[in-house]
Design a protein around this ligand. Sequence first.
Ligand SMILES: O=C1O[C@H](COP(=O)(O)O)[C@@H](O)[C@H](O)[C@H]1O
Length: 233
Amino acid sequence: MAGIAPHWNEFETRDALAASLADVVAEVLRTAISRRGEAFLAVSGGSTPGRFFAALSREELDWGKVTVTLVDERFVPETSSRSNASLAKANLLQNAASAARFAPLFHEATTVEDGAHLADSALKTLPWPLDAAILGMGGDGHTASFFPDAQSLDVLLDPASTRIVMPVHAQTAGEPRLTLTLPALVNAGLVVIHIEGAEKRNVIEAALAAEEPLPIRTVIDRAPRAAEIYWAP
Ligand SMILES: O=C1O[C@H](COP(=O)(O)O)[C@@H](O)[C@H](O)[C@H]1O
């Protein structure tokens, strides 16, 4: 199923991208606060969002009315260097944004399945839909934790899923993971795919051209509004 074509936003530098994306997301959060009294944002982990986090953390808005969660997480505690929660807390929930509430995906549990149930219940109490989902993408075409080799990928990408958080097992992912489901992500008011470098641009262009979609293509195709791709070399 081909969906709405994404909209490309291209920048000469990664700093320019970060500043522009931070301005856009801050405005989305301000508008949500004025419309419904609160705002809800999901961000990615990985190596890409650092500059964006730093710029967004300095935006002036009523951060006390903002809830921040993650699009995905490794099944590791915040003490791990691989924790996306610890990355977001150290880089986004700083400066003005230190007043925001953080809703983690990781919960102490014996299995990632139990942890995902705990996260699902906790996140169901939050003000859905997301106002903005800021996705990244790996060089293999995964986004959130929708890895091409994930077990039951079709369940994770089920547009009719009633789950918000699901466990993920994928050989290429390293440890087990937790991910927001496809509907939880694509129904955000703003869906951004933040990628940097020629290699990732090639991956996304190939995914958009290919017959057999990679997970990134499924997310783009299932978004009810055009996904916004933010790219810099
Ligand atoms: O595993 C992950 O990787 C992707 C991409 O990360 P990057 O280091 O290539 O920027 C990220 O979007 C995702 O949230 C993260 O868990």
